[in-house]
Design a binder for this molecule. Structure first.
Ligand SMILES: *Cc1c(COP(=O)(O)O)cnc(C)c1O
Length: 376
């Protein structure tokens, strides 16, 4: 009997050489949060993003955002502006610092932070003597945000930008790689991301000094002494040499992974073009998305659910777009500047299976389910 296998939204896809790097770590006994793979992975990422950037690989993307906030001096009582349309990990580190999030809605061209609302929010907060300490902007689903506009506003008011590039490694904005567009950036290598180390992240900073500070804090903040001496609160946030070995292997296939995900997007777009109630997010001129997840926007909640449930019936995983932070029970009480863009996307949008390891057979199976939905 033929049994159908479950199709996941986005599953890990190893390239082949990851195990060599991991085996080497075993052979040389570098089973620790330091070693040649850690340095090698950092060098690989630096080569990809450009030598003016400095990289510290950490235990997760979330830890990397937390570290960026700490390096920027965000502390208890400070306000931090954060894109509302995102995964909660963009905002949670604000809470770790005892700071207060203020959420900013998206614009329809990129689904990312609206530059217009950002400036309105900054002016409002400055008027109330609450000048924001940082801005967290997100390249959601791999689509770059309008970095020139966001950076110009940030510079005008002298507020640093943390670039949440967790979903956008391999994306480009006006020829520059995402992760290297703002004051500080972060990447994620969680199991569902475009490349994965099982779990992990990277902090991208503008100088070696910042990197050294991040590594110091991430390895328990040990002062220079023969015994254990501490004059700051430390964290255990460093990436291990085993995990970094997986990352070195994954770096070899990053470009292939982007190509495969972009191909998924083109397949869905071409084969669903006859439906006037299904829209795709196009790349504005000069934007290059890694198409981490292919997302559609339908005409209603009901249409979205029709598609999601039909796929589920066939053991195919799809998922509504991110629920905006300003609508989340944990965050809804915080100030937000909204325009209904993200709420609308949440109600009508769906992420389709998008792994770089989907076969043509899988894609056809997904498509046929959608084509068979009555009255779509
Ligand atoms: C995955 C993700 C993160 C967090 O990364 P982890 O490595 O899972 O901690 C942060 N922001 C966004 C937008 C993400 O998608």
């Amino acid at each position: 009997m033929l049994t159908k296998t479950k199709i996941y939204l986005s599953s890990p896809h190893m390239g082949g050489t990851e195990q060599n790097f991991v085996n080497e770590a075993f052979d040389t006994n570098w089973i620790a949060p330091l070693g040649p793979n850690v340095n090698g992975f950092e060098n690989d990422i630096q080569n990809y993003l450009g030598n003016e950037k400095h990289i510290a690989v950490l235990s997760s993307g979330t830890a990397s955002i937390h570290m960026a906030l700490m390096l920027l001096g965000v502390t208890s009582g400070d306000e931090v502006l954060c894109q509302s349309f995102t995964f909660s990990a963009s905002a949670n580190p604000i809470m770790y610092q005892g700071a207060t999030p203020v959420f900013i809605d998206s614009e329809s061209d990129t689904w990312n932070m609206s530059p217009e609302l950002l400036e309105i929010a900054i002016k409002d907060r400055i008027e109330k003597y609450k000048k924001p300490k940082a801005i967290i902007a997100v390249h959601l689903y791999g689509m770059p945000y309008k970095a020139n506009e966001i950076n110009a506003i940030a510079e005008k008011y002298n507020i640093p930008v943390i670039e949440d590039s967790a979903e956008a490694f391999g994306s480009y904005y006006l020829g520059k790689p995402c992760g290297a567009l703002s004051s500080m950036g972060i990447l994620s290598f969680n199991g569902n991301k475009i490349i994965t180390t099982s779990g992990g992240g990277a902090l991208i900073v503008p100088s070696e000094d910042y990197k050294n500070k991040a590594v110091f804090l991430s390895t328990q903040a040990r002062d220079d002494a023969p015994h254990y001496e501490h004059s700051s609160v430390g964290y255990n946030y460093r990436m291990s040499n085993i995990v970094a070995g997986i990352g070195r292997g994954q770096m070899e296939v990053l470009d292939e992974r982007v190509a495969a995900r972009r191909k998924n997007f083109e397949f869905y777009k071409k084969n669903l073009s006859q439906f006037s109630n299904i829209e795709f997010l196009e790349e504005p001129e000069g934007f290059y998305s890694n198409r981490w997840l292919t997302c559609i926007k339908t005409d209603s909640y009901e249409t979205r659910e029709l598609i999601r449930l039909a796929l589920l019936e066939d053991d195919i995983e799809s998922r509504p777009l991110w629920k905006p932070m300003h609508m989340q029970p944990i965050f809804e009480k915080y100030l937000h500047f909204t325009n209904s863009t993200s709420e609308d996307l949440f109600n009508k949008g769906l992420c389709l299976p998008s792994g770089s390891n989907l076969s043509q057979y899988d894609l056809d199976r997904i498509l046929n389910i959608i084509l068979k939905i009555p009255n779509l």
